[in-house]
Design a protein around this ligand. Structure first.
Ligand SMILES: Nc1ncnc2c1ncn2[C@@H]1O[C@H](COP(=O)(O)OP(=O)(O)O)[C@@H](O)[C@H]1O
Ligand SMILES: O=P(O)(O)O[C@H]1O[C@H](CO)[C@@H](O[C@H]2O[C@H](CO)[C@@H](O)[C@H](O)[C@H]2O)[C@H](O)[C@H]1O
Length: 452
């Protein structure tokens, strides 16, 4: 699934010329990680620009969707994105697919800019920057001094379906460069760091990271060990389905791994208040209303889905709220040796950071993984509901064996969280992969009508 981009140059597109902001305004919406694909970019402004080393600029831009940035440059109606721009007079043709265009005016006039993450030389120099703590303008480079990173590791850019961009260095480390930047600490740095301090071995711990102080404080990227012989759960599940293999032993182990991570999260981030189902139901209903507004196909199912949320107010409150993964699915778990590891603690990328960093029911993660078994079972025809049902049973049994409570005994909670997740998926697929929309829509139909 993951291939190197460096080795597959495409012929250079006819070169675009324009102002830097004009070029970026055209280029950004074409990127896989661009979050605002459903709305036109009405304005684009550079929030910060820092020279990292000669020929490479670190840039934060605000892509607006009809709103005006608030005073002080903090984005309002729109998002902030992180770019590493290569700047050369004549970039090598090997960088063809990374080209953004030739800048017509301003201080970069006459130069061609491109996405520097595609440039092995820039990627190497960037690792050098990360290896040594220090500052560059508003940028802060920090590392765990107890885990020194060797010099000279060869980079390759991952070509995965991602919300961010990742570089693998010498199959030893992986650097995730966050693309959509929000003020505050990114949970993908905060959580793995805290779990490592708890001695939880199921999450690769950060070894170096970088952040900015302008135009607001935010985490920009994290380097962590690369699990080189790992396969992700999605690939393994699809392989098992294609071969007609049973996946219940893996699902059971995955349930145990999820519970281990939840237990470590509960110790690392103690939470005072218990979860409150009434508020949760109100939040889910609000998200459903917003999603049905964007995706009209949801509308006939709204009454049935609302009933699933309303039932929360009368059902058992379930386990206490705590920090969770927030976007758990088969693509977020890696199997290396005989163990499952969990990655990507960013949460659902479209939710505000404050919400992603607050406490939620662990049932939300469980529901995310159960939805993922359903996604996998629907990848081939005839689709395999029995396969998904067996994985579901095994996963919950594995979870119960470690956590001491059984998700299968929380039917009302599970139904509400699975419904909420399916609503999120409908919106996600409508924005990013319209061809996949029938997958969560099938679940919506089932959850709204039958409730199982
Ligand atoms: N520590 C790691 N070891 C091996 N592969 C990893 C590691 N972290 C991420 N990956 C690979 O990179 C892909 C993207 O990582 P992820 O954190 O999910 O990024 P995003 O948030 O952009 O979706 C994963 O699907 C996985 O294949
Ligand atoms: O980019 P992230 O991995 O953080 O997560 C986003 O993208 C996922 C798809 O790449 C999306 O997951 C959905 O599709 C998966 C199959 O590709 C499936 O296993 C998941 O169950 C389903 O939710 C995820 O929702 C989104 O946040």
């Amino acid at each position: 699934m993951t291939k190197t981009a460096f080795l597959r140059p495409r012929s250079a597109p006819a070169e675009h010329t324009g102002s830097l902001t004009g070029l970026l305004r055209e280029w950004l919406p074409r990127q896989r990680w661009f979050a605002g694909k459903d709305r036109p970019v009405t304005d684009l402004g550079v929030l910060s620009m820092t020279e990292l080393f000669p020929g490479c600029l670190h840039v934060l831009v605000h892509a607006g969707h009809g709103g005006v940035p608030a005073p002080g440059g903090t984005p309002s109606a729109g998002d902030c994105y992180q770019l590493l721009l290569g700047v050369r007079e004549n970039p090598s043709p090997r960088l063809g697919r990374a080209l953004i265009g030739r800048v017509r005016d301003g201080r970069l006039a006459g130069m061609t800019v491109y996405d520097a993450l595609h440039d092995p030389r820039a990627a190497q120099l960037f690792l050098e920057r990360l290896r040594r703590p220090g500052t560059s303008g508003p940028l802060r480079f920090e590392c765990d001094a107890s885990q020194p990173v060797p010099a000279g590791l060869v980079p390759r850019l991952l070509d995965a379906e991602q919300s961010n961009s990742s570089l693998v260095y010498g199959d030893e480390y992986i650097l995730k460069v966050f693309r959509r930047i929000q003020p505050g600490v990114n949970p993908d740095l905060e959580v793995p760091g805290a779990l490592a301090r708890q001695g939880c071995h199921r999450v690769p711990a950060p070894v170096a990271w970088f952040r900015t102080t302008h135009p607001f404080k935010a985490t920009l990227g994290v380097l962590q060990p690369y699990l080189r012989d790992a396969s992700d759960g999605w690939t393994l599940a699809l392989d098992a389905l294609a071969a007609g293999d049973d996946f219940t032993a893996q699902a059971h182990a995955l349930g145990r791994a999820t519970a281990d991570v939840h237990l470590a999260l509960a110790s690392a981030f103690p939470v005072g208040a218990p979860g409150e189902n009434g508020r949760t139901a109100a939040g889910m209903t609000e998200r459903l209303t917003a999603a049905a507004h964007c995706v009209p196909a949801l509308q006939p199912f709204v009454p049935g889905l609302r009933a699933a949320f309303a039932a929360l107010t009368t059902c058992d409150p379930g386990p206490p709220a705590q920090r969770i993964h927030g976007d758990l699915h088969l693509g977020q778990v890696l199997r290396a040796g005989r163990e499952w590891f969990v990655i990507d603690f960013e949460g659902e990328p479209s939710r505000p950071l404050s919400e992603r960093r607050s406490a939620h029911s662990p049932v939300r993660d469980i529901a995310g993984m159960l939805r993922s078994f359903d996604y996998a079972a629907r990848q081939r025809r005839p689709w395999r509901p029995e396969w998904a049902r067996r994985c579901r049973e095994a996963y919950c049994a594995g979870y119960a064996a470690r956590a001491g409570w059984d998700p299968r005994k929380k039917h009302g909670l599970l139904r509400a969280y699975e419904t909420d997740r399916a609503v999120y998926e409908v919106l996600y697929e409508a924005r990013h992969r319209p061809d996949w929309l029938p997958v969560p829509m099938a679940a919506i139909e089932r959850l709204a009508v039958r409730g199982d």
